[in-house]
Every structure is written in C-alpha cells, then in structure tokens.
Design a protein around this ligand. Structure first.
Ligand SMILES: Nc1ncnc2c1ncn2[C@@H]1O[C@H](COP(=O)(O)OP(=O)(O)OP(=O)(O)O)[C@@H](O)[C@H]1O
Ligand SMILES: [Mg+2]
Length: 212
C-alpha cells in the first residue's frame, strides 16, 4: 500500500528523515512512536506529498505523492496533529468535503454522532471557532466517512476528553481488516489492542519495527 525507500528529508541541513525504509501492507495497523522531534510527522507529511524529499522515493498504491498528489490524497484519509485554521463554517465545510471527495454528508453526520458531536447544532459556526475536541471529532468523522483504505492519524486524541477517546477507539476497533492505518501516538497502552505492528523512530530513523 505504501512504500518508502531510502527517504531523506532535510530541514536546515539536518536530516529529519535519515534514509527511512518502510513497507506498509494491506491491513497493517501501525502504532508509530518515538520522542518529540523524531520525524514522525515529517514522514507522514512526506507520504501525503506535503514535503518534497531530498532523496529517496515514496509510493502510495504505486502513485508518487508529489507528481500524482491528487491520486494519493484520494486514497488516504488523514487527520493532522493540529487542526487546520479552516475559515468555512461547518455547513460549508461539509459541502466542500462531500463535493471534493465523494464523501456522503449523511455518513459524516453518522460518524460524528457516534462520538457525541451534534453537527447539525453547529452548522453556522466557523470551523475554527469550534472547541479543540469538537474540531478533532469532526475531522475524525470526515476521515472515517471518506472510506479510504489508508487512514493516517497524527495524535488525534490529544484534545479529546476520556469518554470521546473511548468512543474513538471503539470506532477504530470496528474498522475493516483490510484498511491500513498509521496511528502516531505517545500512548501505546491506549491503542495496544488495535495495532498489529509497532514502529519506533528516533533522530529520523526507524529504530524498531515489530509485528505483534
Ligand atoms: N517545516 C519545517 N521546517 C523546519 N524544521 C522542521 C519542519 N518540520 C519539522 N521540522 C523539524 O524536524 C524535526 C522533526 O519534526 P517532526 O514534526 O517530524 O517530529 P515528530 O516526531 O512528529 O515530533 P512530535 O512528537 O513532537 O510531534 C524537528 O526537529 C522539527 O523542528
Ligand atoms: Mg508530530
């Protein structure tokens, strides 16, 4: 599903990704861990085509994240570490998402309500004025409603209260087994039952990659 070969990404002459090699197969449920600054977010952003590598190669279902960005993004649902400052109100955002990615509005509402987020009550609110947890829930709902077979979550539970966190993990546990997931987290204990592979990064390299 995803292949990363000898990926090098530099920021200010420092190798933030230092020859990373990684193969993600269909159905892999990965916990991606490692200290702050290890390069986790950079790796994920490179897979999404947000960064150009300095050298090496990435393919997502055979597509190049830079040259075939649209194809790559069609195949991935991504939840960023910090919610983007979207100016659209919730209604407009739903419309935009359903038009641009063939995601059904009804599915977004359904996934939201599973996390106790009442979208209909908030339609007129600009996205950036939602609370941190509400933003996160809405982004998660959109990602799940998109029904991609690759899901990437960059610490999505940081803003969620304990109950919402639990609901979120419940949702994850009901994902199709063929879906591949990368789950960046500092709290392995919370997702241990949901993953079958643990990857540790440090200083831009993968230092451990274990199937469990
Ligand atoms: N756009 C950028 N410009 C310059 N440096 C960057 C940029 N993005 C990331 N870095 C640097 O790359 C290193 C890795 O950052 P990254 O965000 O990938 O870490 P991370 O493993 O996701 O950490 P965290 O657990 O804190 O989220 C850090 O030293 C960071 O300062
Ligand atoms: Mg990060």
């Amino acid at each position: 599903m995803i292949e990363v070969k000898e990926a090098v990404k530099k920021f200010l002459d420092v190798n933030v990704l230092n020859r990373v090699n990684l193969k993600i197969e269909r159905g892999d449920k990965i916990a991606l861990m490692g200290p702050n600054g290890a390069g986790k977010t950079t790796l994920v952003r490179s897979i999404l085509g947000f960064y150009h590598l300095d050298s090496g190669e990435i393919r997502v279902k055979g597509f190049d994240p830079i040259k075939e960005r649209v194809k790559v993004l069609e195949n991935i649902s991504f939840i960023p570490q910090t919610p983007p400052p979207i100016k659209l109100n919730v209604e407009e955002l739903l419309e935009y998402v359903s038009k641009s990615s063939k995601t059904l509005r009804g599915d977004i509402l359904k996934e939201s309500s599973k996390m106790d987020l009442d979208v209909l009550k908030n339609l007129k609110k600009p996205f950036f004025k939602l609370s941190g947890g509400m933003k996160q829930k809405l982004l998660i709902a959109i990602a799940l409603a998109k029904k991609s077979d690759i899901l990437i979550f960059d610490e999505p539970t940081a803003n969620l209260d304990p109950k919402a966190r639990e609901k979120f993990y419940e949702l994850l546990s009901s994902l199709d087994e063929n879906i591949s997931t990368i789950f960046i987290t500092h709290r392995l204990e919370e997702i241990e039952g949901l993953v079958n592979r643990e990857i540790y990064m440090d200083l831009g390299s993968i230092v451990e990659d274990e199937r469990i």
